[in-house]
Design a protein around this ligand. Sequence first.
Ligand SMILES: Cc1cc2nc3c(=O)[nH]c(=O)nc-3n(C[C@H](O)[C@H](O)[C@H](O)COP(=O)(O)OP(=O)(O)OC[C@H]3O[C@@H](n4cnc5c(N)ncnc54)[C@H](O)[C@@H]3O)c2cc1C
Ligand code: SF4
Length: 327
Amino acid sequence: MRAFSYERPMDMAAALAAIGKPGAKFLAGGTNLLDLMKVEAETPQHLVDVSRLPLTEIVEENGGLRISAMVSNTDLAADARVRERYPMLSRAVLNGASGQLRNQATTGGNLLQRTRCYYFYDSSSPCNKRVPGSGCSALQGFNRIHAILGASDACIAVHPSDMAVALAALDAEVEVRSAKGKRRIKITDFHRLPEATPQKETNLNNGELITAVILPPPPAGRQVYRKVRDRASYDFALVSVAALVDLEGERIRSARIALGGVAHKPWRALDAERGLVGATLSDDAFAAAGEAAVKGAQGRGHNDFKIMLAARTVARALTEAAQQRKA
Ligand SMILES: Cc1cc2nc3c(=O)[nH]c(=O)nc-3n(C[C@H](O)[C@H](O)[C@H](O)COP(=O)(O)OP(=O)(O)OC[C@H]3O[C@@H](n4cnc5c(N)ncnc54)[C@H](O)[C@@H]3O)c2cc1C
Ligand code: SF4
């Protein structure tokens, strides 16, 4: 690990000033950043620890919820309002990492955690994300966990956050703040596809701090989060799906579908959603939505299985959501 300096500001103004120092980076729970520093995939010169900032509340806002950035994953998943009104979010968070990690991990840090591509963590392997221009070892390598949608020849990594997938289905926004002021970014515009610059993973500008995630009023319908992984105790998603189905009798009034583990960002399947509107509730309708969700998907060899897995997981999650209404 490279040497670095450290400070722990107690208020927002001090934190936003400190991040202007050369090579500075925010530190929240440290559950991802410190691991990356140990393998020198991240080499900040200065850490600005934001854990003492007053950003630990979940409050009501305009019929929805405002989740401050330092709310731990445990507290977010356990919040009674989140469990009742946004159950897919609570389930997604509980499906991530282990209990101990969730106690330490924060809302802001979860959104900015970096990919779990093995080659990104291995300094002896070429990786465009770690060293731009060096190549992508996963393209011809072992790419079982890699992307089937939205990838590029520069990078086929996936974003690992479960929380972000549920937030994409819920139309959440991310509130960010810098010395220049405040702004909000739709969660679906927050993460980027790799294109030719996989090292740039979000549309966050230098010096911007995530201050909160904003949830709009809960959407009508039943919500489900379904995650498929190699190990049940804790593991990253091979494929995950946040699904919502709103029914009027046997007709589908609206649906929402977001996938994780398939792309460099949470993947909202808008065409599949549109195809369900007005359809009669049936296995065939949900199977067709699964197929539509993976339209254009491309396997890279070891991850070819993900295409069918994703289609079936979408269909299964929609079915579960519809069955909840009947229960
Ligand atoms: C063994 C293991 C298994 C895991 N499994 C899962 C899983 O299945 N699903 C899942 O979703 N996650 C999983 N995780 C990831 C875990 O959820 C993340 O490491 C965690 O959420 C990151 O939060 P943190 O507060 O520790 O962030 P940190 O490690 O402190 O920071 C991560 C990044 O975010 C930046 N940052 C943090 N807060 C802010 C802020 N407020 N504003 C701007 N920048 C900020 C930091 O600069 C850094 O770049 C796992 C982690 C481990 C170690
Ligand atoms: S998939 Fe992306 S992160 Fe993985 S080796 Fe290729 S460039 Fe690096």
